[in-house]
Design a protein around this ligand. Structure first.
Ligand SMILES: Cc1cc2nc3c(=O)[nH]c(=O)nc-3n(C[C@H](O)[C@H](O)[C@H](O)COP(=O)(O)O)c2cc1C
Length: 329
């Protein structure tokens, strides 16, 4: 249900997430590790560790390392369509963790059995969707909060609509989180006023000091504006079928796909692997090679990212901006 009062909406969103701020740091494969997730939770929002294609052992280690860094609740992000048969292993790694309430954050609708297992274990379920139909299906699965992602977002896209269209007319009673280009306190106020109860922010945290993104990627993001991003399907290797918003590069700007080639090396699950041009893998700190040709996911809110700063600094500023914007309405 759309809330006209942004302050009341923020309270509702924060209560649904178990946080002070109604803000979720997005799961970001390879980039949102234990250090970022814990720092964000410690700063009063919901940090999220990304499981991406991890197996049970790695997933358990990521959850364990995050838990060791914060006593607060945090999120665990899964991507059912990418994890495929690893999803059950990831679920087991989460369910093994009984010392606190986690928020399982699913990119797209998870299987019904997955949602039921998360809820039966007493964890929170947050599902990110890209349409009203999927948002309603997520609510029917019992999600504690449902995110709607607009095409402004960095990373892969779940739908094709702008955020503003998704925030109205959904008819949901469950708290709805806005996803896509929410990167300042004014952005947060805007989406709360438009009917959201909080936001998922990805791009805002890519250049955080605790993020595992490659230093060159952080640097390029800090210098970028919205016109430096583009929606493309050029990074489909490893995650086909979804367009994605990235920083522009020689790969996205070429009129035809550039020839196949190995362009970098990176470490995946402890093993050094070559990165083909067009891989969906984002450049992490461990990447070496033509990092500028890799998938540097970034949303239209990238102008708000201007430096590498600790997550606590980013969130402190967002809180101040939000308070000022609310007071100035
Ligand atoms: C670098 C990057 C990587 C992402 N990887 C994931 C991921 O692994 N899992 C996921 O649920 N969403 C992922 N997303 C998408 C976010 O969940 C979210 O939709 C998006 O970041 C919101 O838009 P914003 O980037 O403008 O804040 C990623 C986004 C970015 C920017």
């Amino acid at each position: 249900m759309a809330a006209a009062d942004p302050a009341a909406a923020a309270v509702r969103g924060a209560a649904a997430l178990g946080t002070e701020l109604p803000v979720v740091q997005a799961g970001m494969g390879g980039i949102a590790g234990p250090a970022l997730a814990a720092a964000v939770s410690e700063a009063g929002a919901l940090g999220t560790v990304a499981l991406y294609k991890s197996d049970r052992e790695l997933a358990a280690a990521l959850v364990e390392q995050t838990a060791a860094r914060t006593t607060r609740g945090f999120g665990v992000n899964v991507i059912p369509e990418v994890a495929d048969r690893l999803l059950d292993q990831q679920l087991a790694a989460v369910l093994d963790r009984a010392d606190r309430r986690l928020t399982v954050n699913s990119y797209g609708l998870p299987p019904r059995s997955f949602a039921a297992a998360v809820l039966a274990a007493g964890h929170r379920l947050l599902v990110q969707t890209g349409s009203h139909a999927d948002a309603r299906a997520a609510a029917e699965l019992g999600a504690h909060a449902v995110a709607v992602q607009g095409v402004e977002a960095g990373g892969h896209h779940l739908g094709e609509q702008p955020l503003a269209d998704l925030l109205t007319g959904h008819g949901l009673d469950v708290p709805v989180l806005a996803s896509g280009a929410v990167a300042t306190g004014a952005d947060l106020l805007r989406v709360l006023t438009a009917g959201a109860s909080g936001a998922i922010c990805g791009t805002l945290f890519v250049a955080a000091a605790e993020s595992a993104a490659h230093p060159d990627y952080k640097c390029d993001l800090a210098a970028a504006g919205p016109g430096d991003t583009v929606v493309t399907d050029r990074f489909a290797i490893g995650w086909p079928g979804r367009s994605h918003r990235v920083l522009r590069s020689a790969v996205t700007d070429a009129p035809a796909p550039l020839p196949s080639a190995m362009i970098a090396w990176t470490t995946v699950m402890g093993a050094r692997r070559p990165v083909p041009r067009g891989s969906a893998a984002a450049p992490t700190a461990e990447a070496e090679g033509r990092v500028g040709e890799m998938a540097r996911y970034a949303g239209l809110g990238c102008a708000a990212v201007t430096a590498v700063e600790p997550a606590a600094t980013l969130l402190g500023r967002l809180r101040e901006q939000y308070a000022r914007a609310l007071a100035g309405r």
